[in-house]
Design a protein around this ligand. Structure first.
Ligand code: GUN
Length: 293
């Protein structure tokens, strides 16, 4: 069994990006600038956005945190989005999800300039992804593809079972794994909350990508020997022995499943750090695209 080490791989990617940024600086060019918009005080979202901004500083990007109150109106948020679209000094930005219930998430994502949409959530970018055109890939699926590639995990002709059909992970993952190329060329089954007899699919899977948010859902008796397991779950579970009062738990019963797996991602230290690295990679791409305009 080999661990797909997202922590180490993400550090490698960040070093590669930092070297490009240093060269930009040496050549007197503007460095990439990423902004993150956060609305309200969701603890997990604040942590993720904090890590994104910190990583920017680590690799020499310019970064801006736009923190807005939970009570902001949809129209005021749209005004802020328009400002970010028009800010020539900014290469890319993300709006951290979920947004408060009184705001129409789709309306906000539609308002983001696709050329600055480094999350790849705008329908124009999502459509390009599905049509094999060059675009920003959503950071989590992009990170998983990168891990599979760097660890040379065989995906062609394999049966990949994706659990969860979210717009951020499951749906794009199912598209990317079925695309032509490496990684890709998989036969994909996209399963979800209404799937019957899920174990029948997971037991026949060569590769399982789970993005469900149910701690330790995938057990050893649900997988076959040699399976490749990618765990996207990051649920906070109460843990009094931890100073934070919680621990981060994946969708996979790691102790059981890892005994049968050929490759597996740990939680934490698997997919999570890759998401941030790929967001930075998209921001670098956004800068390079703007330089060519
Ligand atoms: N919420 C959970 N994951 C993500 C992500 O990758 N991007 C944004 N913007 N929000 C998220």
């Amino acid at each position: 069994m080999q661990i797909l080490d997202g922590k180490k791989t993400s550090e490698d990617i960040k070093s590669e990006i930092a070297a490009v940024v240093q060269k930009m600086k040496d050549d007197g060019q503007k460095v990439p600038h990423l902004a993150a918009v956060i609305v309200g005080n969701n603890g997990a979202s604040l942590t993720y956005v904090g890590s994104k901004v910190k990583s920017c500083q680590q690799i020499g990007f310019e970064s801006t945190l736009v923190a807005l109150p939970e009570t902001i109106t949809e129209s005021d948020l749209l005004t802020k989005i328009k400002e970010l679209n028009e800010d020539d000094n900014l290469d890319g930005y993300i709006v951290q999800l979920p947004l408060p219930k009184h705001i129409d998430e789709q309306k906000i994502l539609m308002a983001i300039d696709p050329d600055k949409d480094v999350d790849g959530f705008h329908p124009a970018n999502f459509g390009k992804m599905a049509l094999d055109m060059e675009t920003f890939l959503p950071a989590t699926p992009f990170g998983i593809m990168e891990l599979l590639e760097r660890y040379k995990v065989e995906t062609a002709g394999k049966h990949t079972v994706v659990i969860g059909r979210s717009h951020i992970v499951g749906r794009p993952m199912s598209i990317l794994m079925s695309r032509k190329g490496n990684p890709g060329d998989s036969t994909v089954t996209l399963t979800h909350s209404r799937t019957k007899n899920l174990e029948e699919f997971t037991r026949n899977a060569d590769i399982i990508i789970t993005a469900l948010g149910v701690p330790e859902f995938l057990k050893a008796d649900m997988v076959k020997d040699g399976v490749v397991v990618i765990d996207v779950g990051i649920t906070r579970v109460d843990d009094t022995s931890n100073p934070k009062g919680y621990k981060i738990t994946g969708d996979v019963d790691f102790d059981g499943v890892s005994k049968k797996a050929s490759f597996i991602t740990p939680v934490p230290g698997g997919v999570g750090p890759m998401t941030i690295a790929m967001l930075l990679k998209n921001t670098l791409l956004a800068r390079e695209m703007r330089m060519q305009k």
